[in-house]
Design a protein around this ligand. Structure first.
Ligand SMILES: Cc1cc2nc3c(=O)[nH]c(=O)nc-3n(C[C@H](O)[C@H](O)[C@H](O)COP(=O)(O)OP(=O)(O)OC[C@H]3O[C@@H](n4cnc5c(N)ncnc54)[C@H](O)[C@@H]3O)c2cc1C
Length: 289
């Protein structure tokens, strides 16, 4: 099927792109088009105006900024993030994640911003970015605002972003401990995934931990009981600490049974992936002592 007719703009500034959406009934930003064009051809999405953001300079850079935070431009394609030296040095788990998203064609044109803004629950980046405590910088007609990744996805395919807000940057503190990510998938997209980030104190204890489970409900969910159990622990006690609270923690997750599996099966997978994350985090710590 062909999409219904629409107009097409190619602005060269963020302000012009935002104004173009604001001046249309239901215009949409167009980045790599890997989700959008498929949905338009299937006529699941219709828009009267596509605003191509590829010509806006500065949206595809990755830097460690002066506040010791990693900044990733929303127009960075998965392949670029996978190969970027800053990401490779400070967050190798994100390099590996982006190297394994989708297929080579999607990795070459699909962007991290498009992945986040589409709000697809079976996605990889939101889970790890939430574990990294990332925030998203949105530029709109009245200025910019930041939204934590944890709060960005409202429900399936729906985010808190207004139609004329452009996601410009993803920002998170440079990790100060192991960051790990595991996923399990049957088909193209993850059925369950788990991201984890620890910050360490000088004496080799875990100061705090962020653990997120994705693809089960509409957005990544925290495993608060596991986070509390890990805080203040010595590395050697991690497995025991997790196992003591795991069943109750998993039972608190919102889980949609779907073609990826039933709720009990997915909870079980989440537990397995979490323990594999923990094993890797422990190895990383030992290796870097
Ligand atoms: C075959 C296939 C397999 C896939 N497998 C995986 C997988 O294993 N794991 C995974 O995580 N993902 C997977 N994906 C999803 C993939 O990551 C996304 O398609 C891609 O990242 C979307 O980026 P895009 O630039 O093409 O977005 P587009 O299709 O251009 O846009 C998607 C949506 O985001 C909006 N948008 C885009 N950029 C911005 C911005 N900067 N500001 C505001 N709004 C914006 C658009 O208006 C649109 O609503 C897969 C996709 C396909 C087609």
């Amino acid at each position: 099927m062909l999409p219904l007719p629409f107009t097409f703009d190619r602005p060269t500034t963020a302000a012009a792109a935002i104004a173009a959406i604001g001046g249309s009934d239901d215009g949409m930003f167009y980045s790599g088009g890997t989700e959008l064009l498929l949905a338009m051809k299937m006529r699941v999405i219709h828009t009267d105006r596509l605003v191509d953001i590829k010509g806006i300079p500065g949206l595809d850079r990755i830097v460690l900024n002066g506040s010791n935070e990693v900044e990733i431009g929303s127009r960075c394609v998965h392949r670029m993030i996978a190969k970027d030296p800053v990401i490779g040095e400070h967050v190798p788990a994100l390099s590996a994640l982006c190297a394994n998203v989708a297929n080579v064609r999607v990795r070459s044109v699909g962007t991290i911003g498009g992945n986040l803004c589409f709000g697809e629950p079976h996605a990889d980046p939101p889970t790890l970015l939430a574990a990294l405590n990332a925030r998203l910088v949105l530029q709109g007609p009245d200025g910019t605002r930041s939204v934590d990744v944890d709060d960005f996805i409202r429900s399936e395919l729906e985010t808190v972003r207004e139609p004329d807000e452009l996601l410009t940057t993803i920002v998170f503190p440079r990790p100060t401990g192991p960051v790990t990510y595991r996923r399990f998938k049957h088909g193209e997209r993850p059925s369950v995934n788990v991201g984890m980030a620890w910050s360490m104190s000088g004496d080799g204890m875990i100061k705090s931990a962020r653990v997120r489970v994705g693809a089960l409900g509409s957005r990544p969910q925290p495993l608060r009981a596991v986070e509390a159990a890990l805080a203040g622990r010595a590395i050697a006690d991690v497995r025991t600490a997790i196992e003591a609270v795991l069943v109750d923690a998993l039972n608190e997750l919102e889980v949609n049974a779907d073609r990826h599996g039933g709720a009990d099966y997915k909870r079980h997978l989440a537990g397995v992936l979490l323990l594999r994350n923990a094993e890797e985090a422990m190895t990383y710590k030992e290796a870097s002592r």
